[in-house]
Design a protein around this ligand. Structure first.
Ligand code: SIN
Length: 523
């Protein structure tokens, strides 16, 4: 008999919502490596997409999702997402989330690559924080065991059945005591990996742990070459790379060069609301042309009071950093924002390891393809967390099969001149060589550096070392996948292969061991 029916790892929107639903079925342990609300969800500004407006439909939302995904979306998963969006919103409202209204109607914003206004928001630009607060309160009121500051450091796989049966977790604030918890269903909801890059909109906890845990246990990962760079993070000396929501451009803000050229008109018919990858690369081109580290985002033509009410978080944060958005343009530059890739799942959140599920940013069911449509991520977490719990509760297990995976076991190509492995060198290597604009030479160097680092890591129980090891593994997966994909598509752009290639309308799946090999850990 397992200690818990569900063990959920992570406390962003996916983990909290899964825990709430799961608690209707049985006992739940929620593990989170920080405080309950230390997660990426809290920083989501723009909102949550759903086809609820006049003239909109799930079919149109699906078309925009597939368009952004650049030919690589799993159409079934994307359809499940867009069909279930109105229901997910209704459930949030039932749970107590209050969305912003305009003259008594739900206010709908626009963001990049959406042809219609369909983005709901709360507290102006504090959508994620509002949702997180409501869900966290509900979870705390349920009979759910919540272990804060408890880092999952290993998954236990039964050698005979291949089933994931337990999680090893370390109490971060309690002398790092390790404990093993058994569960009937283990759900990874650990979020993304933006902290692997020098510039990111993500908080400190976004270090890719879930991908590393799953991969080390024998789970397949997919689409690791696709990392989304948000075009507009605050770039101001001494300020954090704070997100300036795309919703600002949706309301009419315009990107400018230092000498006032509204350059996006030269790059795409949708101008400032072109897909994110296009806007991010256009900004990089303009920054290189002007030899500067930022462009400008101008919203000074929008009414002052309206701007402050619609974007209070952005207004106050910029002001604290010395920029008054109502009077002067904001210096911005792209920053790593969202991982399209992750632990390979089917549309029920099942992985290739029985008993192991994943949902939210850590998971990759293929719905985003090569590039996520704006404001589909909070939605994804809700829709697929619900499906994970439905499936785990049903006792059915289909799992996921894949052909021809890339096997990442031996170190491979090494770099004798690899810089010393430090957190700073890691994020700089990712930014310079696996960033917004890539090429074969840089990727080969990155692969060799990460291989060398992987080979030099000491086995250690220390959490800081383990976290660095996780980041090395995730960086290595990203670099290998990006090197393998000899084309450009969506968020993956290579100077040496600047166009999409038909033979690459397929996904890269990676595993640690050839299928059928013994599992790496045993119960
Ligand atoms: C934003 O507000 O620009 C971010 C929304 C998202 O990443 O979907």
């Amino acid at each position: 008999m397992a200690d818990f029916k569900y063990i959920i790892v992570g406390s962003g929107i996916a983990g909290l919502y899964a825990a709430l639903l799961a608690s209707e079925q049985g006992s739940v342990l929620l593990l989170t490596k920080g405080g309950l609300q230390d997660c990426n969800t809290r920083y989501a500004q723009g909102g949550i997409a759903a086809a609820i407006g006049a003239g909109d439909s799930p079919a149109l939302h699906l078309e925009d999702t597939l368009g952004a995904g650049a030919g690589l979306c799993d159409v079934e998963a994307a359809r499940i997402l867009t069909d279930n969006a109105p229901r997910a919103i209704a459930d949030l409202v039932r749970l107590g989330v209050i969305f912003d209204t305009d003259h008594g109607e739900v206010a709908l914003g626009r963001e990049g690559a959406h042809r219609l206004a369909r983005v709901l928001h709360a507290g102006g630009d504090a959508t994620g924080a509002h949702i997180e607060t409501v869900l966290a309160r509900l979870v705390q009121a349920r009979p759910i065991r919540i272990d804060e500051y408890s880092a999952a450091v290993g998954l236990v796989v039964d050698a005979r059945s291949g089933k994931v049966t337990a999680v090893d977790a370390v109490q971060v604030r309690n002398g790092q005591t390790k404990r093993r918890y058994t569960g009937e269903a283990i759900v990874l909801a650990t979020g993304g990996a933006g902290r692997l890059f020098r510039h990111t909109t993500n908080p400190e906890v976004a270090t890719g742990d879930g991908v590393a845990l799953a991969f080390n246990a024998g789970a397949a990962v997919a689409d690791m070459e696709f990392c989304q760079f948000h075009p507009t993070a605050l770039r101001f000396p001494g300020a954090p790379a704070f997100l300036i929501s795309e919703a600002v451009r949706g309301e009419g803000a315009v990107l400018l060069t230092g000498d006032g050229d509204a350059f996006m008109a030269r790059y795409h018919p949708m101008k400032d609301l072109a897909p994110r990858d296009i806007v991010s690369r256009a900004i990089v081109t303009e920054m290189q042309r002007a030899a500067t580290d930022h462009v400008l985002l101008d919203m000074t033509h929008l009414p002052e009071q309206w701007l402050i009410t619609r974007f209070p978080t952005i207004y106050h944060t910029c002001l604290q950093n010395g920029v008054d958005i109502t009077r002067e343009p904001v210096p911005v530059a792209p920053a790593a924002h969202y991982m399209m890739g992750g632990v390979l799942t089917n549309s029920w959140g099942e992985t290739n390891l029985p008993g192991l599920f994943a949902c939210g940013e850590v998971a990759c069911n293929g719905l985003h393809g090569a590039n996520r449509l704006a404001s589909n991520s909070l939605l994804e977490a809700l829709v697929f967390a619900r499906r994970v719990v439905e499936r785990a509760g049903s006792g059915i297990w289909e799992g996921i099969r894949f052909d021809d995976p890339l096997i990442l076991d031996q170190p491979g190509l090494l770099n004798a001149d690899a810089p010393t492995l430090t957190a700073e060198n890691l994020v700089q290597t990712m930014w310079n060589k696996v960033g917004i604009v890539r090429d074969g030479v840089g990727l080969e160097e990155a692969v060799a550096i990460f291989n060398s680092w992987a080979g030099s890591l000491p086995a250690s129980e220390d959490l800081t070392v383990q976290s660095l090891a996780n980041q090395v593994l995730v960086g290595r997966l990203m670099a290998h996948a990006a090197q393998a994909r000899t084309e450009s598509r969506g968020a993956h752009f290579r100077l040496d292969f600047p166009a999409p290639r038909p033979e690459w309308v397929r996904r890269i799946v990676m595993v640690a061991h050839p299928p059928g090999n013994p599992f790496p850990s045993e119960s």
